[in-house]
Design a binder for this molecule. Structure first.
Ligand code: GTR
Length: 343
């Protein structure tokens, strides 16, 4: 693995502040500003307790002012029956209703967690329409600067607003706030945690290119592929690195390193070549020194992963499961296992 890392000539890690500055300026764009004011309303999503009485389900409406303009979006929140405070996830999701494909509600409750389900398109559309939702509010005349943020930063920002709500809910344990997502939303979960230290743990599921995976010599999706098909996820500056990854003053290990000294897991799937499992594991290695401070450990692993491997000893966890690109129940169980191992 050392040899693979050396071949890629990765830029050295910098301070968290410097790395976040570079990632925002060159890749994701600068995060939207904090809201001027924010309020919440809460309505039950079902009349009775859900899932055999194991949990409660609400829809929270987050209403805020940003740049003097009103913006609001809904998010679902499921909390186990009982007083808490419960550890919780903000799951940035492709689906809205609960339970859904990427949100195994009963397993989450049975494992003692609460969870927000943030449907990404409730924040802004997943396309180049910058007049939609939050994009239209922060860029009333469209994007103008090369560092104006793309959609990933906007979804990540909305995940952080869920924490603003969580701070008002005594049944949620702010010391145990996790964020997770799959694929493009795995990239989003990493950005959310990197830029907001209130998240103590992030999980990237098959996030691949521009997420957990090192871009230099990526064997799956490349910066050129992603900038051609999904340019609106990023700021304009990112296009400079099309077919030019070795000129980047950063690589994706900066993103994981910006989560230090907190916790992060990277989940890969062995049939998901597009997300480059090896590139995902490499960034865990390369980010490790940022975590190896103050008696913490980084990525504890001595070899390239084979299917079924789990490396959960340090603050950075990695696993390679069998199968395809998907946020499966097995991935959720891995998150529960990692969190439990750190308590
Ligand atoms: C793919 C994209 C990936 C990944 C995925 C997804 O088409 O190339 O970067 O994010 O979409 O989000 O499902």
């Amino acid at each position: 693995m050392k040899k693979l890392i050396n071949e890629r000539q990765l830029p050295s890690l910098l301070s968290r502040e410097e790395m976040l500055g570079i990632l925002q300026r060159e890749e994701y764009g600068f995060m939207p500003p904090s809201p001027d004011c924010i309020s919440f309303s809460k309505a039950p999503l079902r009349n009775e307790n859900v899932f055999a009485g194991k949990g409660l389900l609400w829809e929270i409406t987050v209403a805020l002012k940003i740049n003097g303009k009103d913006f609001s979006f809904p998010v679902s929140l499921m909390i186990p029956e009982g007083e808490g405070p419960f550890p919780f996830f903000v799951n940035i999701n492709f689906e809205k209703n609960i339970p859904n494909y990427y949100f195994p509600a009963e397993e989450i409750l049975d494992n003692g967690f609460a969870a927000f389900n943030l449907y990404f398109k409730d924040v802004t559309a997943d396309n180049d329409d910058f007049s939609d939702g939050l994009a239209g509010v922060i860029f009333p005349e469209g994007r103008k600067n090369n560092t104006d943020c793309g959609k990933i930063a906007m979804w990540a920002w909305a995940a952080q607003r869920c924490l603003d709500y969580a701070e008002t809910e005594p049944r949620l344990d702010m010391k145990r706030a996790a964020v997770c997502g799959h694929s493009r939303l795995g990239k989003t979960a990493l950005v959310a945690a990197a830029t907001d230290e209130r998240f103590y743990y992030a999980h990237s599921n098959d996030s691949g290119c521009s997420g957990a995976s090192i871009a230099r010599d990526n064997t799956g999706e490349t910066v050129s592929d992603i900038c051609r098909v999904f340019p609106y996820w990023f700021c304009e500056n990112y296009k400079k690195y099309t077919d030019n990854e070795y000129s980047m003053p950063f690589d994706q290990h900066f993103l994981l390193a910006s989560i230090a000294p907190r916790f992060v897991t990277v989940g890969s799937a062995d049939e998901d070549a597009w997300a480059d499992p090896t590139g995902e594991q490499l960034s865990c290695f390369a980010a490790s020194p940022a975590f190896e401070k103050d008696g913490q450990s980084g990525f504890i692993c001595d070899r390239k992963a084979v299917t079924g491997d789990t490396f959960f000893e340090g603050n950075i966890g990695y696993f390679l499961r069998k199968g395809r690109h998907f946020f499966s129940r097995e991935d959720w169980n891995k998150m529960f296992e990692f969190i439990r191992s750190k308590n």
